[in-house]
Design a binder for this molecule. Structure first.
Ligand code: UGA
Length: 464
């Protein structure tokens, strides 16, 4: 096996959003990397340089890695065990179908498959989001299974990347958390992350449990921030106040900060919703559920956002959805991703359909996945096509293509100029000027003809 610029051979187990980004970025940094997935179709697509999902800037890195010979993919754990000095476990830990707990079966399967093949010293590094205590249990399992014994060591190095920003977040992370059981493991991780550390990423060395908690706590905090502002949105709705202005005022306090304080349809995706539920479930099991009880409310507020959005669409439609034509802009759970897992946009679109509306959805990249998951909905090839004849148009994922859309052009094709901005992302005044009735959760209703209120001036610098 050829050596590497950085002198370490790495494997990445699991070729999903996280694994492929990690593998391609490590190859970009000069390591020899072997990506492993049990899905042969995925492995051959990746080996041919085709990304099986949408992630900006990742495909060129994948291709560069393949062309350089530093990046390869396989389905063989035996090959991975022979090749790797460090093995990164990047498999999914989704929510279980029958409970709010995390489904750890992919991680268990990974250690069961790799462990018995590990005959030489190596570091096995977990990156997936897991309940605290999982890493210690897997370390015990590895010690029992690996012929190399304690020389096959386990560490935990949680991943904080955001979909849509995976390349930047992997090459230039804010922080790197090394949950380790020895100085040797710390030294190995310092070698792997030498480039981002030299570029200024913070490095935290800690125990396995703190590393696991770092990730669960971070996602819970982000979810709490979003639900906090959406709870304020409910109050603003009742009081006739404007949550967008309120968010701007709160965010101006540097102790609070404006990030993750954008009110609207709330959080979705494959991480935040299932992570807060799994965190809560694991605390319940450990008898410390009271300390995280607030996460139940965070989840409930978030779920209510979707129901409130359906109510708002019904109001705009004139009180009943039956037979109305609704255009939906956005299907992905957030912009710059084709991920539709627990997508608020698709949830709302499906609910409107169930209530009798004729719903047509457009998304720049998530249409195929949306069509598979919700064949009952209508789909369009452009925003204008989705808006055709609509009684109500909904902006549910804030793709730039939508936030920069011309309200005049869309206004020409709709039946009625009713827009609900589910992400507080549109230029409200531009839409009002173009004759639209503009509605958003937690904000005062202003019909097309109304004059700008004082809150518009207050909002000028809200920076959310
Ligand atoms: C999230 C975390 O941000 C990452 O740090 C973490 O690594 C990742 O989960 C994970 O656990 O793997 P991601 O799910 O890609 O990343 O997406 P976010 O950018 O966190 O957005 C989550 C949801 O919150 C989206 O539906 C977004 O529309 C929503 N959101 C975000 C709001 O409703 N308001 C905001 O102000 C911000």
């Amino acid at each position: 096996m050829s050596g590497t610029a950085a002198g370490l051979r790495l494997t990445v187990l699991g070729a999903g959003y996280l694994g492929v980004a990690h593998a391609a970025c490590l190859a970009e940094l000069g390591f020899d990397v072997l990506g492993v997935d049990t899905d042969a179709g995925r492995v051959s697509a990746l080996s041919a340089g085709n990304l099986p999902f949408f992630e900006p800037r990742l495909e060129p890195l994948l291709r560069r890695g393949l062309e350089s010979g530093r990046l390869r993919f396989t389905t063989s754990y035996a090959e991975a065990a022979r090749f790797g000095e460090v093995h990164f476990m990047c498999v999914g830990t989704p929510q279980r179908a029958d409970s709010p707990e995390a489904d750890l079966s992919q991680l268990e399967a990974c250690v069961s498959a790799l462990g018995p093949l590990l005959e030489v010293p190596c570091l096995v590094v977990g990156k997936s989001t897991v309940p605290v205590g999982t890493a210690a249990a897997l370390a015990g399992k590895l010690a029992r299974l690996a012929p190399a014994g304690p020389a096959a060591e386990l560490a935990w190095n949680p991943e904080f990347l955001r979909e849509g920003h995976a390349v930047d977040d992997t090459l230039r992370p804010d922080r790197i958390v090394a949950g380790v059981q020895s100085r040797h493991a710390e030294a190995v991780l310092r070698r792997v992350y030498a480039a981002p550390l030299a570029a200024g990423s913070q490095f935290f060395v800690t125990d396995l449990a703190t590393a696991e908690l770092a990730k669960a706590a971070a996602n819970s905090f982000l979810a709490t921030k979003i639900s906090f502002i959406n709870a304020m949105s409910e109050l603003c709705g009742a009081a006739g106040a404007d949550v967008a202005v309120l968010a701007g005022i709160l965010g101006a306090d540097p102790r609070i900060g404006g990030a993750f304080l954008r009110p609207g349809l709330g959080f979705g995706g494959g991480c935040l919703p299932k992570d807060i539920r799994a965190f809560l479930a694991s605390a319940d099991q450990a008898g410390t559920g009271e300390s995280l009880a607030f996460l139940r409310e965070v989840d409930a507020i978030n779920t209510r956002c979707r129901a409130r959005m359906v109510d708002l669409a019904r109001d705009l439609a004139g009180g009943s959805l039956a037979g109305t034509v609704i255009g939906v802009l956005g299907a992905a759970f957030k912009p710059d991703s084709d991920d539709i897992r627990d997508s608020p946009a698709l949830d709302v679109a499906a609910a409107l359909h169930d209530l009798g509306a004729r719903v047509t959805v457009y998304d720049p990249v998530a249409l195929d996945k949306a069509r598979q998951a919700h064949p009952e909905l209508g789909y369009a090839g452009s925003a204008v096509e989705a808006a055709a004849d609509a009684d109500v148009l909904l902006l549910l994922t804030e793709w730039r293509e939508f936030t920069e859309a011309d309200p005049e052009i869309l206004g020409k094709v709709v039946a009625r100029r009713n827009i609900a901005d589910g992400r507080n992302a549109l230029d409200e005044e531009a839409w009002l000027r173009a004759g639209w009735d503009y509605r958003a959760l937690g904000r005062p209703y202003r019909a097309a003809t109304s004059q700008p209120g004082p809150e518009l001036f207050a909002r000028a610098d809200r920076g959310i």
